[in-house]
Ligand binder design. Sequence first.
Ligand SMILES: NC(=O)c1ccc[n+]([C@@H]2O[C@H](COP(=O)([O-])OP(=O)(O)OC[C@H]3O[C@@H](n4cnc5c(N)ncnc54)[C@H](O)[C@@H]3O)[C@@H](O)[C@H]2O)c1
Length: 327
Amino acid sequence: MKVAVVGYGHIGKQHCINIIENDRLELAYICDPYIQADDLPDGLDESCLVTDYDEFIESCPEIDLLIIATPNNLHYPMLEKAMTQYPFAGTPILVEKPVVIKSEHIDKLQNIQEQRVKDGIGEIPIFVNYPLRFLPSVNVLKNSWESIGKIRVANVGVFWNRNKGYYEAANWRGKLEEEGGPLFNEFIHHLDLISYLGGEIVIESGSIGDYAHKYTEVEDTGIINFNFVDGGLGVITYTVATPNKSFDVNLHFIGDKGSAKLTGLYTNRLLINDDVYEFPINRKHYAQVLTAISDYLIDGHRDERLCMMDEGLKLVASINKFYSITR
Ligand SMILES: NC(=O)c1ccc[n+]([C@@H]2O[C@H](COP(=O)([O-])OP(=O)(O)OC[C@H]3O[C@@H](n4cnc5c(N)ncnc54)[C@H](O)[C@@H]3O)[C@@H](O)[C@H]2O)c1
């Protein structure tokens, strides 16, 4: 499968490495206006570098998968272009989280898919990148969920450190219009895990604070109270203002049959009742998302860990509901 990666930054480079190492994938293009031929991965010809996204899509490149790994605010216009520019439209897409950051863009993307169904040409396969779903710790917990039973309460704490260097490394980070806030940039992964494991949630209330990041436009700390749609309560405490370094990640799930806790800074430790699991820390879960997508597109085998656009958009709506309550 020929793949184009749009945005050759921190995560775009990771996708390129994973494509190069995957026998079923070929890195055909990198699209980024801010890189030079010298920056390309070894073995990639200068002709593979494109700088203008709109022109690229209009030229209808022969690719089987488009990966959008640009700043959060660019996801919507780039998705909209790729989904509606014929004859390119129809090409499968992997978009980085968050799918979009503005609520008004949710309906617009869903309408494009609905119109395609009405026109008899079917929905475009659009995947959202949630690699934590592919962690071995998460796999074991998902497969053992029977021993937790019906969720009663979830208590989640993510205590990270993001320092000035992190925000200075990319000028969109920490900006209201471009990043959207730490729930879109960091903690969306944990919100996704909660609903992936415990079921759909509805955010009810919460509060935000800003303690160590006066130089950003968004909060650095928050507490979210939520309900599971099928019953059960939850709370998430998140911060990027932990002094000096990241401290802890923990997701406790208490059900009517048992209890579980995912923990460790890399979510690599798991406790299910009396059983303790510890998994190696690596980045294999990023590569596994791409393997699952190629298996789906080539063989038709759908890995349930893949997050599709509709599911990703529900999370965007939940985060915006929280921000409408707290900002
Ligand atoms: N799934 C994950 O685990 C994960 C991890 C990190 C980041 N992300 C997401 O990936 C996206 C990128 O994050 P990052 O940390 O790699 O950011 P980054 O700033 O390191 O990289 C963004 C890249 O996009 C390029 N770019 C900007 N405008 C462009 C345009 N018009 N056309 C093409 N390229 C353009 C920039 O030059 C840069 O190279 C964000 O949406 C972020 O939320 C996801």
